[in-house]
Design a protein around this ligand. Structure first.
Ligand code: ADP
Length: 368
């Protein structure tokens, strides 16, 4: 089987900003608003008072979603084109970056439960990027006259250690501790990416199968959190969907398109600034810093066109290596709160996300 698929593209990494609405608690405490979004100008204004003087800092992004933006708005405007790229045989990554409590999980997962879908199987309005992506992929594949296969993996990275959220065995404390001792190792796959040896890869044939896997994986994540006293804000989750589509070209050649989408819910960005961690949490904080800081360095190195990109310095960047820079498409969704008590973290999230805006990707040439 052989095939050739070429596409010339030279686009920036897409960086979006989403500001959530005030929470009930923020409303009750009359928290002043410091973040104002202008969806049309793609600008976010952060108001600060320093030494009695008022300052406005304005950041521009590829797209800005204010507090009233719905899950569907964000999906239709930002994610549909990315999923179309994956269906064309390209690798893409979407990740959510921001302080804990600003809407990373709401944006990525939202309300996933199939049981709450409408009478015709449509997703609930609260469904986030992952369920909408799954739905779009299967709606497209089922509407095409081509052979295809869809595989998913779901893992958690905590302390630079990988947990397979789709592993079939029951989760117990003993099993988890045993597992931590023999971590799933990363291996180069010879194609510029890495493989996690022993990671469960599930072949799925319908959207509803993926939804139940997602639920299983999320339940496993919660159980592991409770048993090992972990904090979900300190872990990264990575849900990957790989699609193979077999097509015939007009010349009668057989073309295999292979696209992969990584959906990453990153650890809370406040972990970066809390490096002076207290005992017991020191190693953990160090390792979380390592992944988020290395991701930042990788992004900077790509922006600056440096010869050496430090992918190898953390597991997260090794895992995302085939999806950051190069010929891939990356979408960063930075999430912030509108309220004053988050100001410092909001500014650091905006700075981090803004630096990523200049990454230029190489022209696409996808050869199989
Ligand atoms: P994170 O994953 O960043 O820690 P969450 O996704 O758990 O944050 O969001 C924190 C809370 O804010 C949740 O109760 C969530 O439902 C709510 N929330 C976040 N973003 C939005 C939004 N855009 N619209 C409505 N509610 C939101």
């Amino acid at each position: 089987m052989s095939g050739r698929h070429e596409k010339e593209k030279g686009v920036n990494v897409q960086v979006l900003l989403r500001c959530r609405p005030f929470s009930d608690e923020e409303l009750r405490s009359n928290a002043p608003q410091v973040v104002t979004c202008n969806d049309y100008s793609r600008e976010v204004t952060v108001s600060q008072n320093i030494a009695g003087k008022h300052f406005d800092r304005v950041f521009t992004f590829d797209k800005v979603f204010g507090p009233s933006a719905k899950q569907k708005d964000l999906y239709d405007q930002a994610v549909v084109p990315i999923v179309n790229e994956v269906l064309e045989g390209f690798n893409c990554t979407i990740f959510a970056y921001g302080q804990t409590g600003t809407g990373k999980t709401y944006t990525m997962e939202g309300e996933c439960k199939r049981s709450k879908s409408g009478p015709n199987g449509e997703l609930p309005p609260e469904a986030g990027v992952i369920p909408r992506t799954v739905q779009q992929i299967f709606d497209t594949l089922e509407g095409q006259n081509a052979e295809y296969s869809v595989k998913v993996t779901f893992l958690e990275l905590y302390n630079e250690e990988i947990t397979d959220l789709l592993a079939p065995e029951e989760i117990t404390k003993v099993a988890l501790e045993e597992k931590q001792k023999k971590q799933l190792p990363l291996m180069e796959d010879g194609k510029g990416g890495v493989l996690v040896r022993g990671l469960e890869e599930e072949i799925v044939t319908s959207a509803s199968e993926i939804f139940s896997l997602l639920e299983r994986g999320s339940a496993k994540r919660r159980t592991a959190e409770t048993l090992l006293n972990k904090q979900s804000s300190r872990s990264h989750s990575l849900f990957s969907i790989t699609i193979h589509i077999k097509e015939a070209t007009p010349e009668g050649e057989e073309l295999i398109k292979c696209g992969k989408l990584n959906l990453v819910d990153l650890a809370g960005s406040e972990n970066i600034s809390r490096s002076g961690a207290r005992e017991g949490r020191a190693r953990e904080a160090g390792e979380i810093n390592k992944s988020l800081l290395t991701l930042g360095r990788v992004i900077n190195a790509l922006v600056e066109h440096l010869g050496h990109i430090p992918y190898r310095d953390s597991k997260l960047t090794r895992l995302l290596r085939d999806s950051l820079g190069g010929r891939t498409k990356t979408c960063i969704i930075a999430t912030v709160s509108p309220a004053v008590h988050c100001l410092e973290e909001t500014l650091s999230t905006l700075d981090y996300a803004h630096r990523a805006k200049n990454i230029k990707n190489k022209p696409e040439v996808n050869q199989k």
